[in-house]
Design a binder for this molecule. Structure first.
Ligand code: KIV
Ligand code: ZN
Length: 510
């Protein structure tokens, strides 16, 4: 579909009117500039007849608006509101007066106390009046948006609504907005109604939807309405708005993007924008909020963690709707370890913290990490690292190193226990590893060393000064390779500790 969505922001009007402390002019201007950077096509700047503060704010935003941006002002279908609205926006390049009246049978009867014919008359007159005032104000590019408040409740009088809208269009409305003012029923019902209006009106009339989120389906209603013919999508940053809020702009943008629609917004601004709006509105982002919630990229089940890690660098992830960087989020699919997690999480958490670990080691220490998590819930990284140190660098078993000393150039002394038996042996060797293995052989414990590597570790991550780490690979009797590590400030001791850890690991297996 090559029809570009037209993003009409209502953060500064519907969003603002729902705040415990509505924004002042300075705050509105700050957010307005963010909206411009984000790239929205229209901003409903406020309701000028509501207060002097709102009038001044809308006037100011209209003055500073870029030429291509539509600036809209809300007005009830009454002359005074329309005059104030146009007065506030008349100086921008693309002013739009947005007037509305409810047309649901319920609202006409119980709230407006008006007969449908009177409501129709009011709607037509309001639009004609707005057109007249726009002309008088010299707004050549001025537009009129008309909203059927409570459109979502008009399933029983849809013909009346459509008939009225045809008249409203003839009177000069350019945009027809169909709000789901209170979300009460199925999306399909609403979207079918939007489609009927779209089919009934001239094609040069832009159809808009404005959905509230009372049942948590506003994003779906908006996205599906787009595919049913609505081009203007009225959304709020962070899903702010009356009651449960309005349609969340980020969710709609990403859902359309993922559906192959060209979205004319700077999607990379989303995450920062969300944090800014949350701070300024004092409305916290829920942990589980889609896309922007602190938990939106966290994985705790072992299966999900495994899939997430395997697809980490791919644009499409096994367990995420987007790559986080698309919305300017750090590439951090957070892995949290609980009793539901597994080896992949241990591996990732230890590696991310900067420590060396193999998947075999992760598999080996996972039962201990899980046991600890069963007691506390999500286990802090520090505790996982402590387990890693205990289990990887200090493997307990039948062999216990007591001392290893260099006696002369090629002669070393090794003291150790095997179970309760004590050994005190001198051995020759071409270096400490060779001598230690030769002493073990004398004691009746020959080992096949297949690889040996020593490196200096960053002392900081081990919480001390420079540390030597030795990694050895033994081949056991079944030909299986066992990796063991040792660390110490002395390279000599690091070597021997690695060997004894290896002995205990092989012994454990047996
Ligand atoms: O929710 C609504 O119906 C509105 C109208 C004023 C468009 O906000
Ligand atoms: Zn609304």
């Amino acid at each position: 579909m090559n029809r570009q969505p037209f993003f009409y922001d209502i953060t500064l009007r519907d969003g603002n009117q729902s705040l415990k402390k509505p924004w002042n002019m300075k705050e509105k201007e700050f957010i307005f500039n963010k909206l411009v950077e984000f790239g929205v096509q229209a901003v409903e700047a406020g309701f000028p007849a509501a207060s002097e503060m709102d009038f001044d704010a809308v006037t100011r935003l209209a003055e500073i608006a870029p030429d291509n941006l539509v600036i809209s002002a809300l007005a009830r279908a009454v002359e005074h509101d329309i005059e104030r609205g146009i007065e506030a926006i008349k100086n921008c390049k693309r002013p739009r007066l947005h007037t509305f009246i409810a047309m649901s049978p319920f609202n006409m009867q119980y709230v407006l106390n008006k007969k449908p014919e009177d409501v129709r008359k009011t709607a037509i007159e309001a639009v004609s009046y707005a057109k007249n005032i726009l002309n008088k104000a010299g707004c050549k590019n001025g537009e009129i948006q008309f909203s059927v408040e409570h459109f979502g409740d008009c399933m029983d009088n849809l013909d009346f609504v459509i008939g009225t809208l045809k008249e409203v269009v003839k009177s000069g409305a350019n945009v027809i907005n169909l709000p789901n003012t209170v979300e009460r029923t199925r999306i399909k019902t609403f979207v079918d109604m939007v489609e009927k209006v779209y089919n009934a009106l001239p094609k040069d009339i832009m159809i808009a939807v404005h959905c509230h989120n009372d049942l948590g389906m506003a994003t779906a209603a908006t996205v599906e309405s787009y595919f049913a013919g609505a081009t203007q999508l009225e959304c709020c940053l962070n899903g702010l708005g009356e009651r449960a809020g309005n349609t969340n702009m980020y969710e709609v943008a990403i859902a359309l993007h993922n559906s192959g629609v060209e979205v004319p917004l700077n999607l990379g601004n989303i995450y920062e924008l969300a944090l800014t709006i949350s701070e300024m509105s004092k409305v916290e982002i829920p942990e589980k909020a889609p896309l922007i919630g602190p938990e939106a990229l966290a994985h705790r089940s072992g299966i999900h963690q495994d899939g997430a890690v395997k697809t980490k660098d791919m644009e499409k992830g096994a367990y995420r709707p987007i790559h986080p960087t698309l919305i300017g989020r750090k590439d951090d699919e957070k892995i949290g370890f609980t009793s539901q997690s597994g080896k992949t999480a241990v591996f990732e958490i230890i590696s991310d913290a900067g420590y060396p670990i193999t998947m075999q080691e992760a598999i080996r220490i996972t039962p201990t990490v899980k046991e600890a998590a069963e007691k506390v819930g999500e286990l802090p990284t520090r505790n996982i690292i402590d387990i890693y140190f205990n289990e990887v660098f200090n493997v307990k078993g039948d062999f216990r190193l007591v001392a290893f000393e260099k006696l002369s150039e090629n002669v070393f002394n090794l003291k150790f226990f095997h179970k309760t038996e004590f050994f005190d042996l001198n051995a020759h060797g071409n270096g400490p590893v060779d001598a230690c293995l030769s002493a073990l052989k004398q004691a009746g414990f020959p080992q096949k060393l297949v690889d040996y590597e020593q490196s200096a570790m960053d002392g900081e991550i081990f919480g001390s000064g420079a540390v030597a780490m030795t990694v050895i690979h033994f081949e056991d009797l079944e030909g299986k390779i066992i990796l063991a590590r040792g660390k110490d400030e002395s390279t000599l001791k690091a070597n021997v500790k690695a060997i004894f850890n290896g002995l205990n690991l092989m012994n454990k297996k047996a």
